[in-house]
Design a protein around this ligand. Structure first.
Ligand code: PLP
Length: 378
């Protein structure tokens, strides 16, 4: 059974009461001080165009944030580019970086938007499997084995989507050492960095010795501040790379939306307690869902970061695609099957923790019913 995630989204759209654990879109509201800053920008008429690289106030806020939270030194005038969401950042950076035939090492399973961007640039994706035994962290030894003379880039997404894997500091250091030794560029997608659980630690690879000049850090406000629809992301990288990405951005959409840029500046410069509050809410939901999965006899990679749970459905006797369709047809619940995150992963489903706890409990009840029904039938 092949999967078309758009087909699942379309079916879910026809069910007004469906509970969606589909998109990675935070359900919590954007914090009020950020909304107020956007409203103030509108009222004050600060709605005109900005530089393609972004509003100077936002670039300065990003540079302060990178220094404060990540130990990354970036010149706001030359080493930061504000983008229309992390998604545009991802697209621009791959187009600016990859030449036809270049190899880019990508952890598997994966956020497949990278596949599309790499294919468009004519790059070759070299997949590195991540494993449940490692809680889906990226193992430097596995990466080392796949480096060839054509390897140009290593993609590190931590915490990761869909696996919720966090690559621990010693492995991040191992990956950095490899990058220096084998002269690789590292893309560090840190969009989920603020959602870290248990004893996991997040380290920004660009902060490690010798890495600033070979790392492109991608981040944004969508996940951290529940601002998906505001469409603000950013890149921090050496000036020559930022120049190349900026030239492309100018052709694509000139600049990120001005009002959203004011909101993002308020998010990064303002009080950060809201982020910890959201993290605590997500953590509570995550623990609750793990307990529910345990009750159902469904395994999962320990979700140490991010907004997802990557669960193994082998014990149901169904593929993930079959289970996803049954869940939607019979119980009005949307989850995404692993096949949407790479070939060979259709024993896994991605659950989000982006619904209130009551809705997640209801999802668990409905999932248990579907599983029970099909375990019996099988
Ligand atoms: N990178 C990863 C790994 C993601 O999962 C996403 C969105 O889900 C993005 C980048 C892009 O996020 P946005 O465009 O909302 O900033």
């Amino acid at each position: 059974m092949s999967v078309n995630i758009f087909d699942l989204f379309e079916l879910a759209g026809q069910k007004p009461n469906a509970i969606s654990l589909g998109l990675g879109d935070p359900d919590l509201p954007t914090p009020p001080h950020i909304v107020a800053a956007a409203a103030e920008a509108i009222r004050a008429g600060r709605t005109g165009p900005t530089a393609t690289t972004g509003l100077p106030e936002l670039r300065a806020a990003i540079a302060r944030k990178l220094a404060r939270d990540n130990g990354i030194v970036a010149d706001p005038d030359t080493e930061v580019l504000v983008t229309t969401g992390g998604q545009e950042a991802l697209f621009l950076l791959i187009q600016a970086l990859i030449e036809p035939g270049d190899e880019i090492i990508v952890p598997d399973p994966r956020y497949t938007s990278y596949d599309e961007a790499i294919a468009l640039a004519g790059g070759r994706m070299i997949l590195v499997p991540t494993r449940v035994e490692d809680d889906f962290a990226l193992d430097p030894d596995e990466v080392a084995r796949r480096i060839t003379p054509r390897t140009k880039v290593l993609l590190l997404i931590s915490p990761n989507n869909p696996t919720a894997g966090v690559t621990p500091p010693e492995w991040v250091r191992g990956l950095a050492a490899l990058a220096v030794e084998r002269d690789l560029i590292v893309i560090a997608d840190e969009i989920y960095e603020k959602f870290i659980y248990d004893d996991a630690l997040h380290v920004s690879v660009a902060s490690l010795p010798g890495m600033a000049e070979r790392t492109i850090t991608l981040n944004g406000v969508s996940k951290t501040y529940a601002m998906t629809g505001w469409r603000i992301g950013y890149l921090a990288a050496p000036a020559s790379f930022i120049r190349a990405a900026t030239a492309l951005k100018e052709m694509v959409n000139v600049q990120a939306p001005t009002v959203s840029q004011w909101a993002a500046a308020a998010a990064l410069d303002g009080p950060q307690e809201c982020v910890e509050e959201m993290r605590r809410i997500y953590d509570g939901r995550r623990r609750m869902m793990m307990a529910e999965l345990d009750r159902m006899g469904i395994g999962y990679g320990r979700p140490r970061g991010g907004l997802y749970i990557w669960a193994n459905v082998t014990s149901t006797g169904l593929t993930a695609t079959q289970l996803s369709y049954h869940l939607l047809d019979e119980e009005d619940v949307l989850v995404l099957p692993g096949a949407g995150f790479g070939a060979g992963w259709d024993d896994w489903i991605r659950l989000t923790i982006l619904q209130p706890e009551s809705a997640l409990r209801e999802v668990a009840t409905r999932m248990a019913r579907v599983i029970e029904r099909h375990r019996r039938a099988g």
